[in-house]
Design a protein around this ligand. Structure first.
Ligand code: IPM
Ligand code: MG
Length: 349
């Protein structure tokens, strides 16, 4: 039995997750695959009521599941950082989900803001390191609120942390398709410590994968190439902070937040799958948000945690079919409601 912890979370999170669960029910029946669900009410509303972000014992409880299905985190009445760090990053770190996997694929019929680029040009995967770098929260203030104030925020890279992530990316590149091209994105011309470690580990691990071609881009140049020549990329491997930035760029060239999904993965642990769009407070409760990203996240869960490749393919194909028939990926402009889009995916299965 595949056990899923469901965290609908804030804003439109619960609405899109509900559509994903509808699709899960249908695809599980089709493939005779058994699962169980348990819902958790973590998020802004609970925090405002109880003052607790992640209650004591929550992570221990989550460790009993096979995967987590997350809607969105972020509440307009909660100061920035509290929920993001206290809930999302806390789960990523404590469950050691060291891979943030972000497929960037433009589906047929989906609008792309890039001139003269189509589905054959935009099909790559970003592997973002997910537990280190500027994200660890190492640093602090001295003399806060005075003219002498010093704020530090440390970019941290460990050999072990970089190596396991790089290895995952090589393995993924080797089996993904025939291109077998892995590009390291970092900033070796300025970050001569952290990026230097990445560079050395990358080339060390590369020796074990002689069939994988390697390339390197500085992160600023990568932003340019992702817009001008996205077809250059097959798999990108990058540290956490650069990964955060380039995955939003990736999301917009694949059609935006309505379609972009990601996985926070520990290959042998409890992984967490989410649409990357956020809680969209102004669309909450209106039945207008696009659930395709959440349904795409479900497909990632089926592929990477449940090992149900057939079911994962079926869900992705159904998403592609429905995406083609929507007027737009944007909330309120799809030509259908949230629940109708979920129903369409179920029908297409
Ligand atoms: C993402 C998000 C998060 C991040 C935020 C919400 C903390 O932008 O998953 O990319 O920075 O990792
Ligand atoms: Mg981000």
């Amino acid at each position: 039995m595949f056990k899923i912890a469901v965290i609908g979370g804030d804003g439109t999170g619960p609405e899109v997750v509900a559509e994903g669960l509808k699709v899960l029910e249908a695809v599980a029946k089709k493939n005779r695959f058994e699962y169980s669900l348990k819902h958790f009410d973590f998020g802004g509303a609970r925090y405002l009521k109880t003052g607790e972000v992640l209650p004591a014992g929550a992570v221990e409880e989550l460790k009993k599941f096979n995967a987590i299905y997350l809607g969105a985190i972020g509440h307009p009445d909660v100061a920035p950082g509290i929920l993001e760090k206290g809930l999302l990053l806390e789960m990523r770190f404590q469950l050691d989900q060291y891979i943030n996997l972000r497929p960037v694929r433009l589906y047929e019929g989906v609008d792309c803001p890039l001139k003269d680029k189509g589905p054959k040009d935009i099909d790559f995967v970003i592997v973002r390191e997910n537990t280190e770098d500027l994200y660890v929260g190492s640093g602090g203030f001295a003399h806060k609120n005075t003219r002498m104030e010093v704020a530090t925020q440390i970019m941290l890279a460990t050999y072990e942390g970089v190596e396991r992530c790089v290895r995952y990316a090589f393995e993924l590149t080797q089996k993904r398709n025939q291109r077998k091209l892995l590009t390291l994105v970092a900033k070796t011309n300025v970050l001569t410590y952290a990026s230097d470690l990445w560079w050395r580990v990358f080339h060390q691990v590369a020796k074990e994968f002689p069939d994988v071609k390697t390339d390197y881009n500085h992160v600023d140049a990568c932003c340019m190439w992702m817009v001008k020549n996205p077809e250059f990329y097959d798999v990108i491997i990058t540290p956490n902070m650069f990964g955060d930035i380039i995955t939003d760029l990736g999301a917009i060239i694949q059609g935006g937040m309505g379609i972009a999904a990601g996985g926070n993965i520990h290959p042998r642990g409890v992984s967490m799958y989410e649409p990357i769009g956020g809680s969209a407070p102004k669309y909450t409760g209106k039945n207008v948000i696009n659930p395709l990203a959440a349904i795409g996240a479900l497909s990632l869960m089926l592929r990477h945690s449940a090992r149900q490749e057939t079911a994962a393919d079926q869900v992705e194909k159904a998403v592609m079919k429905v995406a083609k028939n929507l007027k737009s990926m944007a909330a309120g402009k799809m030509g259908y409601s949230t629940t109708e889009v979920g129903d369409l995916v179920v029908q297409s299965l």
